[in-house]
Design a protein around this ligand. Structure first.
Ligand SMILES: Nc1ncnc2c1ncn2[C@@H]1O[C@H](COP(=O)(O)OP(=O)(O)OP(=O)(O)O)[C@@H](O)[C@H]1O
Ligand SMILES: NC(=O)CC[C@H](N)C(=O)O
Length: 621
């Protein structure tokens, strides 16, 4: 994936700001290690760092469309993949357009010139891009339907500054590194309020949104939302259609001019993706697929099952790799390193913020670093749990009937609660419960209604909606940032919008026809898998249980407590921290016990590294 950035400033000639623009573009260098480019014309400038995937030579950016090869018409800075670019190219050719490259970027740019803003309805893929329309002197920012690729912006008095990640925007001296209570709430909760970015004044282009900026101001428009439609197919056809969609999606998503692999957990989702991709690659004469999985040193002997992780991945990974004949590599990580300062700094710089859920971020980072040595593109099973209903809380009566986000309604909420070491009065001031309650009510009011739907099916429609709009985005951001920090593109076939729309509308009683999680998906992919994986109960991305992680983390926390000037200190409940540090080592080696320590240590490093000003009394809309 690439990194994009840009600045629109109607009151100046940005040629005089070349140095700032270069700095903004350089912040994206890890996302796009293969080529850099900057285009400036009066009030508009766009920068690009490229991870070359399609047409390695021809797809350089920013790319300019000229009229009669002379006058500039539009310029694009684009990240992502449009998986139907070959069909769109043919359509455009039939309309008289000529192509200079075989890149997807040129197709997207010409499609805009040919069809205007609504061309976006025709795109199938994951993307975030900006187009400066020279004719109308307008900038448009567009993000894919599910928000797989990121895009942020900051409004100025005479335009906008934007970038794939906040760091590109923060590199512009006009943008303060200030975080208000609203921003801090965004970090502390396992709920993403759509549109919010952590830094004051910054917004994200929402999934499925177009942001148009011109001299009159900013206009936001949603071109896509989940819609309720009557599901007309019987069970047999539903399974067949799901499979046909998956076949089509994988045939498209294995296309790349660079090496491709899969991220294999031995669970249902990534095993189906790996197996289908392997079939398609073999059919097109490309040989066996490469697959990668992550594990921890000594995880085998020491593994203890908990509320959400019942089994280790390793034996199932082996079963699938043998079944499909993948070229498989296990990436085995050292838990002490995962909690160390080197990786912490890398994670914070990739995320631009502190994180909840400690070791998953550094372990993904290390996995991707190793994958990148062999591949430039990886396929992942992300998204299936949200649309097919994989998480435990989809199937728990209390979680489903409770008032609030279902993942916060179960005992498993402890996996997301990292606030126990923060001061009471800080938490009161942030009033997280009320904040969450309001967003929950807003989310419910957005859920589309299908006339005549049963109360039970409607409730499950709400729950899928909550996951797609408030939960999935957190996981997608994590995947994007951790992979892009090492220049690896991760594709997520389950989030093809046609599949999401289809599966979203399968009534819940059909979705769980055999009484299990992800029944439709299991039935649609059964023939691709060994029985052990068909029968395996869902188990999330692994987390280390090695006390070495906790020991390293405690050392970092103890160091913070020795430093009166550590910026996180005013936020801490010192008594609670001391009690935690006094506990026997090993008592808190399970992920949910460590999460509060992780949060404090990450918060402190972020406040230091990003030189953040916390303005908790300031209100932000
Ligand atoms: N141990 C692992 N090694 C490599 N990749 C993994 C591992 N665990 C998860 N992943 C990748 O991350 C994706 C999302 O992980 P998640 O924890 O949500 O698992 P999941 O949705 O249950 O998927 P699966 O059914 O494939 O385990 C997986 O589909 C897979 O591509
Ligand atoms: N990494 C990306 O975002 C790829 C952009 C575009 N598809 C290319 O191949 O250049």
């Amino acid at each position: 994936m690439c990194g994009i950035t840009g600045w629109l400033s109607y009151d100046q000639n940005l040629e005089h700001q070349r140095e700032v623009l270069q700095k903004m573009t350089e912040t994206m260098a890890l996302r796009g290690p293969d080529a850099h480019g900057l285009w400036i014309d009066g009030p508009a400038a766009v920068g690009h760092c490229r991870l070359s995937v399609i047409d390695l030579e021809g797809g350089r950016q920013p790319m300019v469309e000229k009229l009669d090869s002379q006058k500039d018409v539009a310029v694009i800075t684009y990240s992502g993949e449009v998986y139907n670019f070959k069909e769109l190219r043919e359509e455009l050719k039939a309309e008289g357009y000529h192509f200079n490259t075989s890149s997807d970027t040129e197709v997207v740019l010409k499609a805009y010139v040919a069809w205007g803003e609504d061309f976006v309805y025709k795109l199938n893929g994951m993307f975030a891009f900006a187009i400066w329309d020279v004719r109308t002197q307008e900038m448009i920012l567009i993000r894919d339907r599910l928000g797989i690729k990121p895009l942020y912006y900051y409004r100025t008095h005479d335009g906008v500054i934007f970038g794939s990640e906040p760091k590109a925007i923060l590199a512009n001296p006009l943008v303060p590194r200030r975080v208000t209570a609203q921003g801090l709430r965004g970090i502390l909760q396992m709920v993403r309020v759509p549109g919010y970015a952590v830094f004051a004044g910054m917004r994200e282009v929402m999934p499925g949104e177009i942001v148009r900026i011109n001299r009159q101001g900013i206009v936001n428009r949603h071109y896509w939302r989940l819609e309720a439609r009557k599901h007309e197919d019987n069970l047999e056809d539903t399974i067949k259609n799901t499979r046909a969609l998956l076949d089509d999606i994988l045939a498209r998503q294995i296309i790349a001019d660079v090496p491709l692999c899969s991220l294999l957990s031995g669970g249902l989702d990534s095993s189906i993706i790996t197996s289908l991709a392997s079939k398609k690659l073999l059919e097109s004469g490309k040989g066996n697929i490469n697959s990668f999985s992550v594990d921890f040193i000594d995880h085998g002997a020491e593994f203890v099952s908990d509320d959400i992780r019942g089994t280790r991945d390793a034996p199932f990974v082996k079963d699938l790799a043998e079944h499909v004949h993948t070229n498989h590599r296990d990436v085995v990580l050292d838990s002490r390193e995962l909690a160390g300062p080197v990786l912490r700094t890398k994670v914070i710089h990739a995320m631009d913020m502190a994180i909840v859920n400690g070791d998953m971020y550094p372990s993904l980072y290390c996995l991707f670093e190793e994958v990148k040595r062999h591949s430039t593109v990886a396929l992942s099973g992300e998204g299936a749990d949200e649309i097919f209903g994989g998480y435990k809380w989809f199937h728990d009566e209390d979680a489903v009937s409770g008032k609030g986000y279902p993942w916060m309604n179960l005992s498993s909420r402890k996996f997301f609660e990292g606030k126990s070491l923060l001061k009471r009065d800080l938490l009161e001031k942030l009033d997280l419960e009320n904040f969450i309650k309001k967003d929950y009510e807003r989310a419910l009011s957005e859920v589309p209604i299908l006339p005549g739907e049963s109360v039970e099916n409607h409730r499950m429609r709400q729950i899928v909606y909550l996951h797609v709009t408030r939960f999935l985005c957190i996981l997608l951001d994590r995947k994007d940032r951790m992979s892009m920090a090492v220049g690896l593109e991760v594709r997520v076939p389950f989030l093809d919008h046609r599949l999401v729309e289809y599966v979203y509308n399968i009534p819940w009683d059909m979705k769980t026809f055999d009484g299990r999680e992800k029944s439709i998906l299991r039935a649609a992919g059964r023939d691709l898998l060994p029985n052990s994986i068909v029968e395996r109960v869902k188990c999330p991305y692994p987390s280390t249980q090695d006390p070495a992680y906790e020991i390293e983390l405690r050392a970092a926390l103890a160091k913070i407590m020795e430093d009166e000037k550590a910026p996180v200190r005013p936020l801490l409940d010192d008594k609670a921290v001391k009690e935690t540090l006094a506990r026997e080592v090993g008592v808190s080696s399970l992920p949910y016990d460590r999460i509060a320590m992780d949060l404090v240590v990450y918060l402190n490093s972020w406040l230091v590294d990003y030189n953040v000003t916390l303005d908790l009394d300031e209100r932000e809309n």
